[in-house]
Design a protein around this ligand. Structure first.
Ligand SMILES: CC(C)(COP(=O)(O)OP(=O)(O)OC[C@H]1O[C@@H](n2cnc3c(N)ncnc32)[C@H](O)[C@@H]1OP(=O)(O)O)[C@@H](O)C(=O)NCCC(=O)NCCS
Length: 191
């Protein structure tokens, strides 16, 4: 299993893997491959710490992290708002969840994480889960940020994503706060 920096040719396989690894309660899983390619193009363009895992020429996992994940998502939404809205209309349950989240944030100011360096997405192909690949991707990310002089980072994880919660708990993350249906986690890296 090899973990390496992402390149532009990996985008399509990342989009395909994303659709397989995440369940259909995530709105972006419903996007077409073409739209997902645009999403990942922006995320990868704006963020330094992006990796894929490969096995026998097949993309088996990926991780996207950096300081500009939020900006990349906002740019994507600005450019493709109508298409995203179209997919939201096709998934009324997700739309409802999004609306109630929006309502909550209007009623109560959401806390902001103190960590600007983010691990934005990690995914492993279901055929390769629980074989240490997620751990390998996180270690590569942590090695690189450590070499760049950073010793902590944050991520958001949905409260109903029990597998990911278990994975992060085992990897030494601590909870910063819970807001609506997600936890903000922080990891302090030891030298
Ligand atoms: C979360 C995810 C990336 C973990 O990747 P993985 O390759 O299966 O995890 P690993 O095999 O490296 O596991 C590392 C450790 O976590 C544990 N772990 C992983 N998944 C687990 C699970 N479902 N339940 C309990 N423990 C789990 C492993 O036992 C292992 O423990 P160890 O270090 O003591 O040996 C993967 O399950 C995934 O892609 N999930 C779908 C996408 C997702 O939800 N991403 C996270 C939100 S952005």
């Amino acid at each position: 299993m090899q973990v390496r920096y992402v390149n532009i040719k990996d985008i399509e396989s990342i989009s395909r893997l994303y659709k397989i690894a995440f369940d259909r309660s995530y709105l972006s899983v419903h996007y077409s491959i073409e739209l997902l390619n645009k999403y990942f193009e922006l995320l990868i363009h704006h963020n330094k710490y992006c990796y894929v895992a490969e096995f026998e020429g097949r993309t088996t996992g990926f991780l996207i992290g950096g300081f500009k994940t939020h900006e990349a998502v906002n740019e994507f939404l600005d450019k493709h708002r109508k298409k995203v809205f179209f997919y939201a209309l096709l998934s009324p349950r997700i739309l409802l969840t999004r609306l109630s989240k929006l309502l909550c944030s209007l009623l109560k100011k959401s806390p902001v994480s103190k960590e600007s360096l983010r691990l934005f997405i990690i995914a492993v192909h279901p055929d390769f889960m629980n074989k240490g690949l997620g751990k390998q991707l996180v270690l590569r990310f942590e090695d690189d940020i450590k070499n760049d002089g950073f010793n902590s980072y944050g991520l958001f994880v949905r409260a109903d994503n029990l597998n990911a919660l278990e994975f992060y708990n085992k990897r030494g993350f601590i909870c910063e706060f819970k807001s609506y249906n997600q936890y903000s986690y922080i990891k302090y890296i030891q030298n």
